[in-house]
Ligand binder design. Sequence first.
Ligand code: ATP
Length: 211
Amino acid sequence: MIGILGGTFDPVHYGHLRSALEVKDIFGLDEVRLIPSANPPHRQQPATSAKMRRQMLALAIKNQPGLKVDTRELDRYDVDKIPSYMVDTLESLRQEFPTEPLLLFIGTDAFKYLTGWHQWQRLFDYAHIVVMTRPGFEIDVLDDFFKARLTQEINSLSQTVAGKLYFSQVTQLDISATAIRGIIADKQNPVFLLPDAVIEYIKQHKLYETH
Ligand code: ATP
């Protein structure tokens, strides 16, 4: 089973990294692929170049063999220049891994807007979706499309390669890249929110110094 965490990673922080590690262990995954988005469709363009966001990710996971940077969205954008749709990313992973269950991890906030994603129903053709929830946080109403796919049996995710919806609790760290960019622009200290190697990189390249 392969896990996937897409994001802008501008910059990567302990909220991403801790969640990725926990779900890797909870689901017994061979690896979790962190996939930086080249041109995210639903938000402002990242402040930082794709190359730098990728380099920060590589520094952050250097000593964690189960976490990998997957650059397929960046590579694809170099060729086609169209927005980085997750459905295209999952299709390409499915071609590479025809018989592996794929688990797409998204935060609760991202799940709330899932039905706005490009061809969102097709995501379930290629992967299971696992929503990483806050302890005690419930999503109260699920529509029929989601109810039909919902499972509470963790084992059922390894029995089919795609198509199920599962809610999993991870330790919630209230850290966001937006807040980190603000802290740096305000000349405050971002230490303990993201890895020191990434902070060093940000300093060297003078990133996020203005609002
Ligand atoms: P920004 O503040 O720039 O919007 P972000 O910190 O939310 O960035 P993204 O790179 O956009 O980070 O997030 C990628 C994925 O990681 C999303 O699915 C998001 O829900 C999840 N995520 C981000 N921060 C956390 C966190 N602190 N805990 C759990 N999941 C997170």
